[in-house]
Design a protein around this ligand. Structure first.
Ligand SMILES: Cc1ncc(COP(=O)(O)O)c(C=O)c1O
Length: 370
């Protein structure tokens, strides 16, 4: 049995570096807790980690997605091509922008949006394409860009901090890449996010729009009172408290990801020839950060009961978004999503697993028969 002191082996666990409290304490009593020098330092470190210059930290991944749509200029009457196989946070910002969603199908072997389906969904009203890196496995951004032509591509990499696409860091290929630093991600700020933009000009605008449209660098005689706002913005910035948490946690992220990858490698070997469990595809040059370990299983309900009996938490993690009543008007036939969602099972893969827990998971999966 996989139970830890009668507790089920969890699918997620919050990582908090032991040094966080010291640094947070310093910020809390420094007299300044808003967006300041610690946010600047966090952004420098993120930029280094992601190997890309234009990184702006925000208060959530959802804000990053909304801001990306705003930078593209999405508004009422526009259509966004997106995938339903994701967190609601990917798609609800489209609704917030007043636009409509055209669902593209996914590749059921990866869970990621299918570039061929994107081609079929393009219309004169298409303003952007959103791709999600399911579980950390990078979407094929080059093929998506080819399919989208001049239409900008927004990558929702909330699952994929530290993933590698065609030997480049995720965050360096799309026009806009959105990351989440909420509680259970590889890197947490408790809550937080980041937007990476490819163009310098968009970067400057993003900085304005994250804080009401006001330039925080400009000095005037009376705080920022004389600055003209030409473009309304949001209150989406990160503060120094969350950045202090992120800075400390970021020191450990590479090691945490390597543990996820290590466990995933062991699972892939162990389940390779399982008659009722199919591994997702992995192409050369793609390195998932394995926020999730997703598999396709025969008789999913039976598999879930079997794992639960063995004390192991399993889940599909996200409900396919197209079945929510709020988007019922956009329903369409998506055989790839049907197939993937019917068989999807995510098992614990993270840094928190002990060897004996990992062995219990392997034994439980191996002993499963549909
Ligand atoms: C795929 C995906 N996109 C976006 C988000 C939103 O991120 P946040 O919770 O930081 O707003 C999440 C969430 O947690 C997510 O899993």
């Amino acid at each position: 049995m996989g139970k830890r002191n009668n507790r089920i082996i969890p699918l997620f666990q919050v990582f908090m570096a032991p040094s966080v409290h010291e640094n947070v304490k310093k910020v809390l009593y420094s007299g300044y807790v808003g967006q300041g020098p610690v946010v600047d330092r966090f952004e420098e470190k993120l930029s280094k980690f992601l190997e890309t210059p234009y990184v702006i930290s925000l208060n959530s991944g959802t804000s990053a997605l909304h801001l990306a749509l705003r930078l593209v200029g999405v508004g009422p009457g526009d259509e966004i091509i997106s995938t339903p196989m994701t967190c609601a946070a990917t798609n609800w910002p489209i609704l917030a922008a007043g636009a409509t969603i055209r669902w593209a199908d996914i590749d059921p072997e990866t869970g990621n949006i299918d570039p061929e389906s994107i081609k079929k969904k393009l219309t004169k009203k298409t303003r952007a394409v959103i791709a999600v890196d399911w579980g950390g496995y990078p979407a094929d951004i080059n093929a998506i860009k080819n399919a989208a032509g001049p239409i900008p591509v927004i990558e929702d990499a909330a699952h994929a901090f530290g993933s590698v696409y065609k030997n480049k860091m995720v965050g360096t290929s799309a026009d806009y890449t959105c990351f989440s630093f909420q509680a259970i991600k590889h890197l947490t700020c408790v809550d937080g996010g980041a937007l990476v933009v490819a163009e310098r000009k968009k970067f400057d605008r993003a900085k304005l729009l994250r804080w009401y449209g006001i330039d925080r660098q400009k000095k005037t005689g009376d705080l920022r009172i004389e600055i003209d706002v030409r473009d309304f913005g949001y209150k989406y910035h990160m503060n120094d408290v969350n950045a202090a948490i992120g800075l400390e946690n970021l020191k450990h992220t590479a090691l945490l990801i390597s543990k996820h990858r290590h466990n995933a490698g062991i699972y892939r070997k162990a389940f390779n020839n399982h008659p009722d469990v199919n591994l997702l595809r992995e192409d050369p040059g793609y390195f998932s950060s394995y926020w999730l370990f997703s598999m396709r299983v025969n008789n999913r309900r039976k598999f879930f009961s079997h794992m639960k009996l063995n004390g192991i938490m399993v889940s599909r993690v996200h409900r396919r978004n197209d079945t929510h009543p709020v988007v019922s008007g956009f329903r369409t036939n998506l055989p790839g999503v049907d197939d993937f969602y019917a068989h999807l099972a995510c098992i614990p893969v993270g840094w928190w697993l002990t060897k004996s827990e990992r062995d219990s998971i392997i034994n439980a999966v191996r002993s499963y028969a549909a």
